[in-house]
Structure formats: structure tokens, C-alpha cells
Design a protein around this ligand. Structure first.
Ligand code: ATP
Length: 257
């Protein structure tokens, strides 16, 4: 197993955002976390990448306990992240943005730059353009390309479809598939559950800081409760109740994805 997140609890002040999340990612997989706004998807990714501290639980990556490892060391260990909101450096060129992704490495990474340009021909066309003047979709490509420059074993992607037109989302998702086909394991957080489940091998459904379901992605795509709650299939269905077997014990998802 490449990543094992075990029973993690994470707080923002007194608010417990993650209430015992466990997630596993095997080498070669695309795994997705889906769930309504506020379910804890982004917090889970931030905790894996070291941007949020754990209150309890553990994270094991590539055989090492990284629970207390600082974020920059996790990048060196092989965790690459394209963050929510993209984090492109606006006043730097596309190429310099990409090269920043390799700051933890030494040696010659021109072959890696070539590979990123091959995956994203648009970035090659725009390599001298300032990052901040790129469109939303192009900035998302840049964020993923920059994360790839660190040669990650596991690529963490936070809502790559956010705010993008359907055609661009399709393009980005097929590139993620290609990145995975070339050997990079992917953990994807998405509001766009439909697209994410079509792309992923396995998925976890999060609600109010807990995992309420985990299954192969195609199984979840055909699951009536998941369809109702997250795939625009009708009235929201409460998966927490179903998981807990206790009707009336939890809240309804805020909105379908
Ligand atoms: N900086 C913060 N300070 C306080 N509470 C926070 C902070 N960031 C997130 N939270 C809370 O933690 C919980 C989980 O939020 P998180 O952003 O992880 O959810 P999410 O599933 O990624 O949602 P979204 O899809 O809306 O980004 C929410 O209740 C949220 O309000």
C-alpha cells in the first residue's frame, strides 16, 4: 500500500473537521474522495500533505510514518499536490512556474519539463506567458504540471474541475488518466462526483468529517443512494443514517454535486 490514512482526527480550533477518517491508496490506483461542501475532503488532503496537523491517528506513506513530517519533506518523500485554487505564481512565466515545482530536486530535469509539455501542449505554446494571465483551465493545467515536476509517487489533486467549463473538465480528466497510465498514483478530491467516479478505480464518500461509504467507483456510480445524494438523481439521501443504521441521527448533505 502506498498511502494509509488511519483514523485521523483534525481540528480547526474547537471544531472537529475530521472525526476519524481512514483512507487507503494502493500503488497505481486513482482514488477519489467525494462528498458535499464541508464534508472534509480538502482538510483530508491538506492533512496528508502536511498543511494541517493531526490531533490523532496516523499517516503512513511508502512505508514510513509521515504523521509529524513537515510538508516540504513530504514533497521530497514523493507527495505532490496541485492545491485547491491552483496557487499559480501570477508574476512568473509558465516555464518558471513549472521549474518551481522541481525546487526540491537537483540535477537536470529537462526531460521532465518535456514530458509536462507533451502532456499539456497548451503550456508549451504559452511557456513565456505570465502565469496570472492564463485562463482558469490553463492555470489548472499549470498547477498539475508543476506538481508533476517534483516527480511525485502520489499526486494529490484538490478539485481540478472547479469553475471550469465541461469541455475543459473533460480534457483535464483525460490528462489525469494519462498521468496515471504512465505510472503516477492519484488521490483526487472532487465535487464533480460523476466525473470523478468515472475516472477513479475506487472512491470514498465523506459526510461531516467521516467516511460513510467506500467501494469500487463503478459500484458507487450505480448505487441508488449515491446517485440520489451526489449524482443529481433526486432528493438527497442520508448516507450517514444508512451507514450508522440509525435514522434521524445525522444531517442531510447540503447540496448534490
Ligand atoms: N480554516 C478553517 N477554519 C475553520 N474551519 C474550517 C477551516 N477550513 C475548513 N473548516 C471546516 O472544516 C470542515 C471541513 O471543510 P473542508 O474544506 O475540508 O470540506 P470540503 O469537503 O473540502 O468542502 P468543499 O467542497 O466546500 O471545499 C467544514 O465544516 C469547514 O467549515
Amino acid at each position: 500500500m502506498l498511502l494509509e490514512v488511519k483514523d485521523i482526527h483534525v481540528h480547526y480550533g474547537k471544531i472537529e473537521a475530521l472525526k476519524g477518517i481512514s483512507v487507503e491508496v494502493n500503488e497505481g490506483e486513482i482514488v477519489t474522495l467525494i462528498g458535499a461542501n464541508g464534508a472534509g475532503k480538502t482538510t483530508t488532503l491538506k492533512t496528508i500533505s502536511g498543511l494541517r496537523p493531526l490531533s490523532s491517528g496516523s499517516i503512513t506513506f511508502d512505508g514510513n510514518d509521515i504523521s509529524k513530517m513537515p510538508g516540504h519533506q513530504r514533497v521530497v518523500a514523493g507527495l505532490g499536490q496541485a492545491p485547491e485554487g491552483r496557487g499559480v505564481f501570477p508574476g512568473m512565466t509558465v516555464q518558471d512556474n513549472l521549474l518551481m515545482g522541481a525546487y526540491t530536486r537537483s540535477g537536470d530535469f529537462s526531460a521532465d519539463l518535456d514530458e509536462v509539455y507533451e502532456l499539456f501542449p497548451r503550456l508549451l505554446e504559452r511557456r513565456t506567458q505570465m502565469g496570472g494571465t492564463m485562463s482558469g483551465g490553463e492555470q489548472q493545467m499549470l498547477a498539475i504540471g508543476r506538481a508533476l515536476m517534483a516527480k511525485p509517487k502520489l499526486l494529490l489533486l484538490d478539485e481540478p474541475s472547479m469553475g471550469l467549463a465541461p469541455l475543459i473538465v473533460q480534457q483535464i480528466f483525460s490528462i489525469i488518466e494519462e498521468i496515471n497510465r504512465r505510472g503516477t498514483t492519484v488521490l483526487l478530491v472532487e465535487q464533480n462526483a460523476q466525473q470523478a467516479l468515472k475516472l477513479a478505480h475506487r472512491a470514498y464518500v465523506l459526510e461531516t468529517g467521516q467516511v460513510v461509504k467506500s467501494a469500487p467507483a463503478d459500484e458507487l456510480l450505480n448505487d441508488p443512494a449515491v446517485q440520489a445524494a451526489y449524482l443529481g438523481g433526486g432528493a438527497a439521501h442520508d448516507l450517514v443514517e444508512e451507514a450508522a443504521g440509525a435514522p434521524g441521527s445525522a444531517s442531510v448533505p447540503e447540496e448534490p454535486a
